[in-house]
Design a protein around this ligand. Structure first.
Ligand SMILES: Cc1ncc(COP(=O)(O)O)c(C=O)c1O
Length: 613
């Protein structure tokens, strides 16, 4: 693709900007990445500059930071409720929508309070005593909100729940085993108790968490336990305390049609349990599962499809039984779907390192130029992908590996490999090969040869990248109006080789688009590849990348690898009058605090652990 053929629209396609769950991003005509709130565009560059100006007054660390955008939580909450209400109307469904936010997905007070402020009826889910305590604190003046208490229960947790009920909170206790049912019967009064049956979903769905959904799930009652629990509750006068059944099919479920089966399945249990005498059963809590489109490859109406499939499944089962039972209220515990958009990590690029010597160097030995020429001629004559793979492997074998021939020889070999790799990519383009899969290939032709060092820790900011290979969109903030020069790997400053991101989702275009140095930017059908495209390599240091959609789970599972703790937190808000401002929430976690956490109480260093750029 020639330079004059490049455009901002093409950059939007390549990076998925403006699409699906990146709808709040845009690119200006001058190639700056922007946050778009209502119709206002705010460039990341302006935010960084403003932050530096704010911080001048209290000198400290200004480099990488986490940007929080609570307005995007409000947007998602409203979208979820209106989506379900639309589906209810379309399917003439009579039950109500009840939203429940599982605080484990992000317990930060700025997130939880935003959720509560965004919807006066939204409920909350706790999985531990600590989570219940934070929920009570947030909704102390709004005790009408639903609280669902999941998680392993001990007598202390149950006592806390009982006290909360006494104080007027609207708490429901989930029962996940016969043991828990026995404890509840012992400690609670049936007239003051709201019970939830958490049932194993018995559903096999695709996704990373599929092991937590079927028979082997560690969560919920097995069907044989369910019978025993029902008997126990009936015998002890608790049969009418059960208001809800809950099944959580797993997180990030992209197999949308499975929600229809799930809807039918839980409705069949709802119906049978009512027939068995649980006549106050009126809600089905479908847990989480609503997926976020991290790659931009899904249909734009993912949330609608999710709601439609689920409600359709419920309706279908009710109709099959001639509406013998009333339509249950539909409770949804999506957390990822509400919070993922609302946090971005803004990573400062510290330096660029290159794998190969800069082109144009001079050979010292006499044999090197001849070898280079020989291979270049061979490459120029190749006509098939397999032959290119063979020669690629051959010259790597010939010039790679360890040698005792001295630094000068290694330097020359590295120079030759760089030149031959480049020539192979040029030949691939000249041959107009559209499919690059070859059984012979051992290493990608396009593995990035430039490394950008970012002032961050993957383990702290996006731990799921290493834990479950979760893909997060990575986008440079400037020079998006120019045809990308090449692609890079973004590495962090931990001493761990897993601390790097190269994954980049190549979007679907009819023909492949390439960088200036012949690396693919897109691919027909769309596919995950290696290499983050960048506009102007030498302008990267001091500039930034964003890691998007990090608001779900990443704050909760952060790790202090190498004693690199939390980045500073900054909140962005667009005011009513369309002006915007930032608030510095917290500074980076100090070295002193990190050291205390591992048992060194007396080292007083009020400094940030990240690089001072
Ligand atoms: C019971 C329950 N509800 C809700 C959720 C949140 O699901 P999601 O990640 O799909 O938002 C989880 C997460 O695993 C869960 O265990």
């Amino acid at each position: 693709m020639k330079d004059d053929m490049w455009s901002v629209d093409k950059a939007k396609t390549v990076f998925g900007v403006g699409r699906n769950d990146l709808h709040f991003l845009d690119i200006s005509e001058s190639g700056e990445l922007c946050i778009k709130l209502r119709d206002e565009q705010i460039t990341i560059k302006e935010i960084v500059q403003k932050m530096k100006a704010v911080n001048e007054k209290s000198p400290g660390y200004v480099s990488s930071f986490t940007l929080r955008i609570p307005q995007l939580i409000t947007y998602q909450i409203k979208k979820l409720r209106t989506t379900f209400e639309r589906v209810f109307e379309e399917l003439e469904y009579k039950g109500k929508f009840i939203g429940i936010y599982p605080v484990k997905v992000n317990q930060r007070s700025d997130f939880v309070t935003t959720i509560v402020r965004s919807d006066s009826d939204y409920g909350l889910e706790a999985g531990t005593k600590a989570e219940l305590l934070l929920i009570k604190a947030v909704i102390a003046n709004e005790k009408h909100r639903h609280i669902v208490c999941n998680g392993a229960k001990d007598p202390d947790y149950l006592r806390l729940i009982r006290d909360s009920v006494e104080e007027g909170y609207n708490v429901a206790i989930s029962i996940e085993s016969l043991h828990e049912a026995r404890m509840v019967v012992e400690h609670f009064d049936p007239d003051k108790t709201d019970l939830v049956f958490r049932i194993k979903p018995y559903l096999n769905v695709e996704g990373h968490w599929s092991h937590s959904t079927g028979r082997d799930s560690k969560f919920g009652l097995s069907i044989h336990d369910l019978y025993n629990v029902v008997d126990l509750l009936k015998q002890t006068g608790f049969a009418e305390s059960v208001s809800t059944i809950l099944g959580h099919a797993g997180s990030q479920i992209t197999d949308i049609e499975s929600f229809s089966r799930f809807g039918q399945f839980l409705t069949s249990l709802y119906s049978e349990l009512r027939d068995m005498g649980l006549i106050k059963l009126e809600n089905i809590d479908f847990g989480g599962g609503l997926a976020i489109d991290y790659t931009g490859k899904h249909a734009p109406d993912l949330m609608y499809q999710y709601a439609r499939n689920l409600v359709h499944g419920v309706s279908r089962f009710l109709q099959e039984e001639n509406n013998k039972h009333p339509a249950p209220n539909i409770m949804i515990e999506s957390g990822r779907g509400l919070t993922a958009l609302a946090a971005l990590v803004i990573v400062e690029a510290l330096e660029v390192r290159s794998v190969f010597p800069a082109p144009g160097g001079k050979y010292e030995s006499e044999t090197a130029p001849a070898k280079e020429k020989e291979y270049l001629e061979k490459i120029g004559k190749i006509n098939t992908l397999d032959d290119l793979v063979d020669i690629w492997n051959e010259f790597h074998k010939h010039f790679g590996g360890m040698t005792l021939a001295g630094l000068g020889t290694i330097f020359e070999r590295e120079m030759i490999v760089g030149i031959l790799e480049k020539a192979t990519r040029e030949r691939l383009i000249a041959l107009e090969i559209q499919s690059f899969s070859s059984k012979k290939q051992i290493r990608s032709f396009w593995h990035p040869e430039h490394i950008v060092v970012g002032n961050f820790s993957i383990f702290n900011s996006i731990a799921d990248y290493v834990l479950v290979k979760q893909h997060f969109p990575v986008i440079p903030i400037s020079n998006l109006h120019v045809h990308p020069e090449t692609t890079v790997r973004l590495v962090d400053i931990t001493c761990d080789s897993d601390g790097e991101i190269a994954h980049f989702y190549r979007q679907n275009t009819e023909k492949i688009w390439f960088t200036k140095d012949n690396r693919p930017l897109t691919i027909p059908g769309g596919k995950m590849g290696d290499g983050i495209p960048v506009g102007v390599l030498h302008e990267l240091p001091g500039s930034h990348f964003i890691l998007a959609l990090v608001g779900a789970y990443q704050d909760a599972i952060e790790m202090d690898h190498n004693l690199l703790g939390d980045l500073p937190d900054v909140e962005l808000r667009l005011r009513e009058d369309n002006t915007w401002g930032i608030t510095w929430l917290t500074g980076a976690e100090s070295i002193e605090h990190l050291l205390k956490d591992v048992g060194y109480a007396d080292i007083a260093v009020d400094e940030d652990p990240y690089m001072n750029s």
